[in-house]
Structures are given as C-alpha cells and as structure tokens.
Design a binder for this molecule. Structure first.
Ligand code: ASP
Ligand code: MG
Length: 420
C-alpha cells in the first residue's frame, strides 16, 4: 500500500497532468491512493471568488468564467472527445460552484470559504481521474469529504480520528479492493452534517499522510518540483543542498519554522506509525529525492529557514507587574482566540515578546484586544531566521548588516528576529 501526493504545480496544465500519468504508470504498485491538489493557482483564484462573494469586492462572473475556461481548456487537451461523461461531470461541478455564490452569504466567512475553495480539488481530481481512465490507467474517484471527517472549525478542520478510521475502512478500502488505484482530493474534509471543510492552506500533504496512517501504508511519496528537501529555500539562498535523509524530528522542526516544502502537520501521523515519507521530483522521477524516516542520522548540514513578513510584538503589563502565570495565561488565551501561531517567544521580568506571521486583518483584532490589557510595542516587516544544526560562522554570516532584535538558541536551533 502506498500513497502518492501531487500538488498544484504538478498538475498545472495538460502537459503536467500527462507527466503525472507517466509517473503513476511507472511507479504504480497496487494498492495505491493518489491525493491531488487543485490545479496551479486555482485555490488563490477561488479565494478571490470567496472575497468577491462575501465582501463584494470583485466581479463574480469574471472570476467564475476564468476558472471554468481554465479547467475546460485543460480537459479538452487531455480528452478531446466531448461526448465523454467527464464533460457533463465537470459542467455539473461548476453549476455547484455557481450555486455556492448565488445567494447572499448567510453564514460565517470561513464556512463559505470552505464550501467554495474546496471545489478546486474537486475539479482537478475529476479531470485527472477521467484522463487516467481514458489512457487505460483504470482508477476509482473517491470523495474525500466522505472519508476525512473533521469538526466544524472551518478553514482549519480538526480531524476526527475515530470517524475517519471507520470511513477509511468502509469507503476507501472497498474501493481499493475493487480497483487498486483510487484518486482523491487533498485539503478537503467533511463534517458529520455533510458540510465541507478544509484542512488549512497547502493541506494536501496532510491528507496524504492521514490516509497513509489509517491505511497503514508502507510509504508516502510527495511529488514536487524540487529535487527533494533542500537545506534552504532557493528563493533566498544560493548553493542550496539536497538532504538525502531526514529524521521525523528534524523534518517537523524545519517545517514548523517555515520550510515550505511540506506542510508541518504531515509528519506526526507518519511518525506515529513509522511510515517513511519520500519527497521526490516529478521532473526527475528516477532520482532518489529525500526520505524522511525514523533514523539516528541527524541533519549533517545546517538547515536555514527564512520567514519574511513577520511582526514582533512586545507585551508589557501596564502596571509594571511581572510576566507570570496570570499574565501569561491571559496572553495565551487572547492568542488562541485569534488563532495565532507563535513562531518564537521570549520573556523578561516585565515583557513578553512574540514573533508571528503578520496577517493584517488578524493583527488588527489581536493588537486591539492586547492593548486593552497591556502596553504593546511592535515592529512590522521583520524577518525570522531559523538555523537548525547551526554553527557560529553561519550565524554571523546570516546576520551581517542586519539588526538583531531578538535572539534565541538551543543546542540544535538558533533563531533570530532581524530587521534590515
Ligand atoms: N489547494 C490547496 C492550496 O493551494 C491545498 C494544497 O495545495 O495543498 O492551499
Ligand atoms: Mg497548492
């Protein structure tokens, strides 16, 4: 049993989908589950659609037509015969999307977001499943909304392990027995009331890992447009190196601090069942890529993770009292209420500092609420540099010509909040 995951870049156009077909044919060992994301930047487009619908800040028809023609063009290239049922299938899926934006928004933004944005994965998997069947790679399309069960935390669905386990057994396993190749959507789930949820942006990796967990798969392969996990993001660093082997621990630390190669939630289910994760290039599928598994080999070279667009907030009690249990618990409850993930924190006697992603809308609400209780100072547009397996030379090189606003080091990890 293996689980493959193909992201948006690997299915960005017809040629890319054909390449996915080649890879599946070549590496198919039945049973295989293939988890697929929305095509190219469809999720971003769908986010525009949600905003146009909810905030009335864009033209719904234009965006809908763009989405529709993008997908139909790919379909026509892959399956020229318009009599095939996929054409009506895809048409119907777009009718569903049309309906989702027809009435006035009546629930929360996040609820509508999930009903609309999840459609991207529906379109992509329908097209790809039909294409594979068309070229003789017989497969069954499965609806992830009826398998991955979550609570109703829209946009960040919390997976219910008991329910999902049962559904994997009653829905997914029989399909796999019947065919040996199942195509399903990443990123989406469903609630017990049959509403659609999503697992957070870039969540398809997480879907693949969850399915592998419940299926007790032998391995997961994430097919990417890079050679594997690199020791730094080539966007920011020259001379990056591919890491051949990573422990679950190093992988979780690197992804948690922002290495965007895999979603941070991907590692835990795999570690829990010691399922190895391969990160391989869909451009050079014969190359070995990176394997993340249970091993003693610690990261041999420093790994750098650079996060831009950070805000450093310093929180001080107004009456000069210490940062102690009561203040901390109040601060954390405010952070949790606003759904803030802390990238780094540090405290002194009367000040508590956090470095977090600067998401303007979220920050407004957060800062306002913190200001009611505390004195707040903040620095925007700062960068967070995390070095896993650091040495002093790299630390000083990376902080050259920059002001270090805050610094923290443990035995393995060095972090700096930098201002240019
Ligand atoms: N399509 C979703 C996104 O772009 C999920 C994923 O790609 O993993 O966020
Ligand atoms: Mg994506």
């Amino acid at each position: 049993m293996q689980v493959f995951k193909f992201g948006g870049a690997s299915v960005k156009d017809a040629a890319a989908v054909e390449n996915v077909g080649v890879i599946i044919k070549k590496f198919l060992e039945k049973p295989t589950v293939v988890v697929i994301s929305a095509m190219a930047k469809t999720t971003n487009k769908l986010e525009e659609l949600v905003n146009a619908f909810f905030y009335k800040n864009g033209d719904l028809t234009t965006i809908l037509n763009e989405l529709k023609s993008f997908h139909f063009l790919i379909l026509e290239e892959l399956i020229p015969d318009k009599n095939k049922t996929i054409y009506t299938d895809l048409e119907n899926a777009f009718v569903e999307l049309q309906w989702a934006v027809e009435e006035e928004p009546s629930y929360s933004y996040n609820y509508h977001y999930d009903q609309i944005v999840s459609m991207g994965e529906l379109f992509s998997t329908k097209i790809i499943s039909a294409y594979l069947n068309d070229i003789g790679v017989q497969n069954i399309w499965a609806d992830a909304r009826g398998i991955i069960q979550t609570d109703n935390t829209y946009r960040e669905g919390k997976v219910d392990y008991t329910l999902t386990d049962a559904l994997v057994n009653t829905q997914l396993l029989p399909a796999l027995k019947q065919n040996g190749l199942v195509i399903t959507q990443g990123f989406v789930g469903g609630t017990s009331e049959n509403y659609t949820t999503t697992l957070g942006r870039e969540g398809s990796d997480y879907t693949a890992s969850l399915l592998a967990y419940f299926l007790n798969a032998e391995k997961v392969v994430i097919w990417k447009d890079v050679a594997g996990v690199l020791n730094a993001d080539p966007k920011y660093f020259k001379n990056t190196k591919k890491i051949d082997e990573l422990t679950y621990h190093d992988a979780i630390e690197l992804t948690y601090y922002g290495a965007s190669v895999i979603h941070p939630k991907t590692i835990k289910p795999l570690q829990n069942k010691l399922i190895p994760l391969y990160v391989k290039s869909f451009l050079n599928p014969a190359e070995s890529g990176t394997v993340i598994k249970d091993s003693d080999s610690r990261l041999a070279i420093p790994g750098y993770i650079f996060k831009t667009n950070q805000i450093l907030i310093s929180i001080q009690p107004k009456d000069f009292s210490f940062i102690a249990e009561e203040n901390l618990s109040l601060i954390f409850s405010i952070l949790s209420k606003h759904g803030v993930k802390v990238n780094l924190m540090q405290n002194s006697a009367i000040s508590f500092s956090i470095c977090i992603d600067d998401e303007p809308l979220k920050m407004e609400g957060l800062i306002e609420e913190l200001q009611n209780q505390f004195k707040i100072l903040y620095n925007r547009e700062v960068q967070l540099m995390t070095i896993r397996n650091y040495d002093n030379e790299t630390v000083s090189k990376l902080s050259e010509n920059k002001t270090i606003l805050l610094e923290q080091r443990s035995r393995n990890t060095h972090q700096m909040v930098l201002k240019i």
